[in-house]
Ligand binder design. Sequence first.
Ligand code: IPM
Ligand code: MG
Length: 369
Amino acid sequence: MTARTLLLLPGDGIGPEAMAEVRKIIAYMNAERGAGFETDEGLVGGSAYDAHGAAISEGDMKKALAADAVLFGAVGGPKWDAVPYEVRPEAGLLRLRKDLKLFANLRPAICYPALASASSLKPELVEGLDILIVRELTGGVYFGEPKEIIDLGNGQKRGIDTQVYDTYEIERIAGVAFELARTRQNRVCSMEKRNVMKSGVLWNQVVTETHKRSYSDVQLEHMLADAGGMQLVRAPKQFDVIVTDNLFGDMLSDVAAMLTGSLGMLPSASLGAPDAKGQRKALYEPVHGSAPDIAGKGIANPIAMIASFAMCLRYSFNMVADADNLEKAIAEVLDSGIRTGDIMAEGCRKVGTAEMGDAILAAFRKLSA
Ligand code: IPM
Ligand code: MG
């Protein structure tokens, strides 16, 4: 069997603690299940800046390009607030997305039954919630040029970001959303701001045409992104798959994440286009950030990181049964009343990062037997 190569980039803040729990799962799968994962490791974000003066080194970029998949923890923290913009911790993540051409960001928002009461919304609004946000990840205002601050010479400066989308970029992300919808409830809601943005007008047209041409069996709806945000907190269960641009996707996925009770719960997958052999470049990361306020205390919730590894099993290695079991293991542990501080509830048992990881591994082991 050919090796499965993984590059681990734990990053900053709680990233390394969360990644440690995934390492345990990988070690188990290698030792007892012959999974054949070969892991390498690198630095990204502030930790890379401290070591190399860059948010990711050229050597680690090479490793990322060569790996079957990248597992990413989190980047950033107040320690690096003053570093130059070009080498700020986030630049490492953005470079990985851009250079690996990871245009499709999948952000599922699933509300585990045991956590419905941890949501800021009424439990009946979020119980059983299962939506998938498909966010365009390599275009739009994140990368559009010009992107600069210019001096107008009259005591004023001008900050410029450029929102730009080409047809092919919209087509391919719409395609991903429609394909995924077919494996779910077969419904896609596309969100943009066509009432104020030209890129929104084009987005709407291209999604409509792509649908008509190749995916007319899928139900398609369009929503203005602001109304979409409102609907997400009013009646989130109306959605199945939401497809949207880079910036709206960033915001709407944070909203969706919070619906589920904790930002510490949600994984994501960032995928490139399939190559000739059907392999996609891929990066998996929790939606939560580096949480510097709790870093190093051993209390962070590792579930989003572990669930990101489950997505890796599913999308990069087609290990669907293992992915299912790992997700089931997370649900079982939550059902049993084990909680990290961020999702703690009355009558539950509060544990730290490692104990949560161990409990999930034990449940996964049992399910895999
Ligand atoms: C995310 C994050 C990133 C983004 C930051 C860290 C650059 O918020 O993945 O949602 O804005 O895309
Ligand atoms: Mg974000």
